[in-house]
Write a protein of this length. Structure first.
Length: 185
């Protein structure tokens, strides 16, 4: 665990190596993954800037190295360094646009399209690190897509039959990224 929903933040986190998911949990304990982050990403900065509790939880998805930057050090940097302030303003702006886009996808896209988009999102993080095979549990993928694991498993089977992906246990390899990008329904 990196941090927990409803706790008050005391630090900013910078991912040096590995993958971290952020997620919200409902009253029944079901997760909705709100983001997947990797090397070079900052997490937990919005609650520091807003001076409020975490709105989600963060947990490593694999072995990860994370630098912890104290709240005091972060605040000093943001208030005294224009470049740092601008970087976080741009990150916040990007997050808002990304969340708006995701809401539209949840409202109007089919499960098949949402699975394809989620695989592309995760796959791009790994491809940027020159890895073509990535580990992702079916439950985590379902939590990203906002559907039942059984639905995700069915769609993954269809993608395998269509030679778009292949799997090795819980690991997934994208074979045809153009076909995955082209999925419309």
């Amino acid at each position: 665990m990196v941090y927990l929903e409803d706790n008050y933040p005391h630090a900013l986190f910078y991912i040096v190596e590995g993958k971290v998911k952020t997620y919200k949990t409902n009253e029944d304990g079901k997760e909705l993954i709100t983001g997947v982050f990797s090397k070079g990403d900052f997490i937990g900065y919005l609650p520091l800037l807003k001076d409020c509790e975490y709105q989600d939880s963060a947990m490593a998805m694999e072995k990860s190295t994370i630098n912890v930057i104290s709240k005091a050090d972060f605040n000093q940097l943001v208030h005294t360094n224009k470049d740092v302030s601008m970087k976080f303003i741009k990150m916040l702006s990007g997050n808002i646009m990304e969340k708006e886009s995701e809401l539209l996808k949840y409202a109007y896209n089919t499960v098949r399209k949402r699975v394809a988009d989620s695989l592309l999102k995760i796959g791009e993080k790994y491809l940027n690190e020159n890895q073509d095979l990535f580990a992702l549990s079916r439950e985590d993928l379902a939590n990203m897509v906002g559907t039942a694991p059984e639905s995700v498993i069915r769609v993954l089977s269809e993608f395998k039959e269509d030679k778009i992906i292949e799997t090795e246990g819980r690991k997934i390899r994208i074979l045809d990224i153009d076909s995955l990008r082209g999925i419309q329904y």
